[in-house]
Design a protein around this ligand. Structure first.
Ligand code: ATP
Length: 272
């Protein structure tokens, strides 16, 4: 583990903290396909960290390793100073890691508020036993959870649609509701799976602003994978670049932009 006292100051003056998650020599195979080849990098507290790369580079696979959904055949994942054992996705959620999905995974028939409330599930302490025995405690918890959900709804400026079924929303708004649901878990690391995919320019600008605001307001560490290079370069503090399962670049947006391997592999080819 690296020296936990380390940190750095960003160009815009934000203080980035110690390493919160570290990938050490991760290799992930699907049968004969090596989706991730011996990749190491870290994520620091308060950082916006992006993983980019062309189609099939291994970004989704890497996000699934970070989220605990895939367990790599080789390598180690370190989280908050200790090695993370293989665990179920709900256990990862309990450790403060929340995510959004590339293909929106909301309950379409339910209202925005109810969807955001589902993000509170990992926080609920009162089980069915206590709910049946002591209604007051469960009610108290319900009110507290609703307050958190409402605060996030206000923050993401979706209060006008809080009672609307998700099925009636535009794609861009659905993505914002998904972000709200992930935030409702009050995660210490938020994973975003191609948050701008399928969005028009205006929706992308809104989403960028909300990602920056979330990081600023709640000090949430954010790791995202994305195709849209422009957006990522504006948003991120540091960027990992993958190509054919390998890491070919890692650094600030400027460092990555000037990396010849990255230019060859990624910037030179049409994307999207
Ligand atoms: N579940 C799986 N089973 C078999 N092969 C897989 C699986 N998931 C990914 N792969 C393969 O692993 C490689 C990396 O895929 P991955 O989806 O991680 O890349 P990506 O960078 O996210 O791509 P995209 O930008 O197109 O989503 C690809 O060759 C892909 O076909």
């Amino acid at each position: 583990m690296k020296d936990l006292a380390e940190g750095y100051t960003t160009e815009d003056g934000r203080q980035i903290g110690p390493v919160v998650m570290e990938m050490k020599n991760i290799t992930l195979r699907f049968g004969g396909v090596e989706a991730i080849k011996d990749i190491s990098f870290d994520i620091r507290e308060g950082e916006i960290r992006a993983i980019i790369g062309p189609n099939g580079a291994g970004k989704s696979s890497m996000l699934n390793v970070i989220s605990g959904f895939y367990v790599p055949q080789e390598g180690e994942v370190w989280y908050k100073g200790s090695r993370r054992p293989a665990m179920k996705p709900y256990q990862v959620a309990e450790q403060g890691i929340a995510r959004t999905f590339q293909n929106i995974a909301l309950f379409e028939g339910m209202s925005v508020l109810d969807n955001v409330m589902t993000g509170r599930l990992t926080q609920m302490k009162t089980g069915l036993f206590w709910q049946s025995l002591w209604k007051g405690k469960a009610e108290h918890e319900e009110v507290a959870n609703r307050e958190v959900a409402e605060r996030i709804i206000d923050f993401l400026e979706i209060q006008a649609i809080r009672k609307t079924p998700v099925s009636r929303l535009s794609y861009g708004l659905k993505k914002r509701v998904e972000l709200a649901r992930a935030l409702a878990a009050e995660p210490s690391i938020l994973l975003l799976d191609e948050p701008m995919a399928g969005m028009n320019v205006e929706e992308k600008e809104d989403m960028s602003r909300f990602i920056l605001d979330v990081n600023d307001e709640f000090s949430t560490t954010i790791a995202l994978i994305e195709h849209d290079m422009g957006v990522v370069m504006d948003l991120s503090d540091r960027v990992v670049v993958m190509d054919y399962g390998k890491k070919i670049g890692d650094g600030t947006p400027d460092e990555v932009r000037n990396n010849q391997d990255v230019i060859d592999a990624y910037l030179g080819v049409a994307h999207e």
